[in-house]
Design a protein around this ligand. Structure first.
Ligand code: ATP
Ligand code: MG
Length: 451
């Protein structure tokens, strides 16, 4: 560790050559330039930054004039940002700026360029993101962001109320950073997130979902899901009914929302998996009924959940394939696991989806009442082994694994068209059922019987 401006920074940070080159090109022409934002935060936390942002006193057109030998892209030229593509990656270079008045909780009406990095840092969202660094000149930290990194706190730059109403996306960004960095949200900002949550309705769905996904795969996701369910209910309204909903079931020790949140937090930090777990039981409040045995039942909650997921994820403008996959896995999350039936499910759902379903079942089960967990986990283990074996043995479970194809059927006189697909699927079912051998001879014979 070395001490820079009284701040300990790992000397292990190797600045990529292309980043140092950009800084020195700007310095050489007497423009001030600093690394800012996530890369500085990551450096202080001794993590390797993934992308590099530079703030500079040079105007966008001056930046473009300097880097004529590189490709430059007008990433956000209106806001003063030019991307410089070097062999190592894209570095975003933004002119020191100050945001004008915000009229719609979203966009500043105009941006004004300012002369100093200190002014620029004031417009940034959180203190931990408002630190600038230059390898020769050290840190500029007027908001005491380094102290907040040390204390693991997300705090608004300046007045939380004002900063959130200026740009309500910061609500989601606060949750995202709390989850990914494992930081607490300072009480003033936390109060504001709750109070101003409805302002999220003014924010573009794509921007909300980008932050939501990053939040979901963070290490501190559980506390965010439990403490900010009211905020998340603004973007997925069905969450509200799930919070505190007593399942009245011996199988469950948590209410619907806590069960879901815990399953998300236990699972692998994968976008599809965690989105599915987040929403897998949102159909429960709507389908609840109390049986004569005094137990809660939720028949059909998988289908209701499937509908909710599809509707909400589409509204959040997640890509169609993701929304549909999450909905499909929710539909099948109660798939029965009997020994010997994996091949059938494999045929119907394909390997990726089936594996995802098994993983969802695992984390869903892991947050049930203790005494019911082990036997079901054993069944999931067995199903996964069965699946692995089928894949290893390259057994037949898809039409393309059959020993014949459409041309073989045409050759025996079956007319081209839909019928070919129908017959191949029928033959596949017989093979998967072990009713028919997967050899050309027996398949052709069975096909002839269909004619
Ligand atoms: P990541 O590691 O995800 O890249 P980051 O902190 O770099 O995290 P970015 O979204 O890349 O986040 O933004 C870069 C910097 O720009 C932030 O650190 C912050 O200083 C500033 N910033 C980004 N979005 C906002 C916003 N909505 N309001 C104020 N400042 C923002
Ligand atoms: Mg960044």
């Amino acid at each position: 560790m070395k001490d820079v401006n009284n701040i300990k920074v790992s000397t292990k940070i190797d600045f990529p050559e292309y980043v140092l080159r950009i800084l020195s090109e700007l310095d050489r022409r007497n423009y001030q330039s600093f690394l800012v934002g996530g890369c500085v935060r990551d450096m202080i936390m001794e993590k390797s930054p993934t992308d590099w942002d530079i703030a500079t006193s040079a105007l966008p057109k001056q930046v473009k004039a300097i880097f004529t030998d590189d490709t430059t892209v007008d990433i956000g030229i209106k806001h003063g940002t030019v991307g410089v593509i070097s062999n190592g990656g894209v570095v975003e270079i933004t002119t020191f700026r100050h945001d004008g008045i915000y009229l719609d909780n979203r966009h500043p009406q105009n941006v004004e360029y300012v002369a100093s990095i200190e002014e620029d840092l004031k417009r940034r969202d959180f203190t931990v993101n408002a630190i600038a660094y230059h390898p020769d000149r050290g840190f500029i930290d007027p908001m005491n962001g380094v102290a907040d990194i040390d204390s693991n706190i997300i705090r608004a730059v300046g007045n939380a109320d004002k900063r959130i109403s200026e740009d309500a996306l910061r609500i989601m960004r606060a949750l995202r950073f709390s989850s990914t960095l494992g930081f607490e949200i300072d009480p003033e900002l936390a109060g504001e997130l709750h109070k101003s949550r409805e302002l999220l309705n003014n924010i573009a769905a794509e921007r909300i979902s980008a932050e939501l996904i990053k939040m979901l795969v963070g290490e501190n996701v559980l506390s965010v899901l439990l403490n900010y369910s009211d905020v998340l209910s603004v973007i997925i309204p069905e969450i509200e009914a799930a919070v505190g909903f007593d399942q009245c079931s011996k199988y469950h020790c948590f209410d619907i929302w806590e069960h879901s949140a815990r399953s998300v937090a236990l699972s692998r930090p994968d976008k599809l998996l965690r989105l599915t777990l987040l929403m897998h039981d949102l159909g429960k409040p709507e389908t609840f009924f109390l049986g004569e045995d005094g137990q809660g039942h939720f028949y059909g909650h998988n289908k209701t959940g499937e509908r909710i997921a599809l509707e909400r994820l589409k509204a959040l403008r997640l890509n169609k394939a993701t929304a549909e996959k999450v909905a499909e896995v929710i539909h099948y999350h109660q798939l029965p696991l009997q020994s010997g039936n994996m091949k059938k499910w494999l045929m119907r759902l394909g390997e990726d989806t089936l594996r995802l379903i098994l993983e969802v079942k695992r984390w869903d089960m892991a947050t049930h009442a203790e005494q019911f967990i082990a036997p079901v986990i054993a069944k999931i283990d067995a199903a996964e082994s069965e699946l692995n074996e089928i894949i290893e043995q390259q057994s037949c479970f898809q039409v393309k694994d059959l020993a014949i194809n459409g041309n073989d059927l045409i050759a025996i006189g079956i007319p081209k068209g839909e019928k070919i697909g129908e017959i191949l699927n029928y033959l596949l079912e017989l093979v998967v059922d072990n009713t028919l051998e997967n050899t050309k001879e027996s398949l052709i014979k069975a096909a002839e019987e269909c004619m």
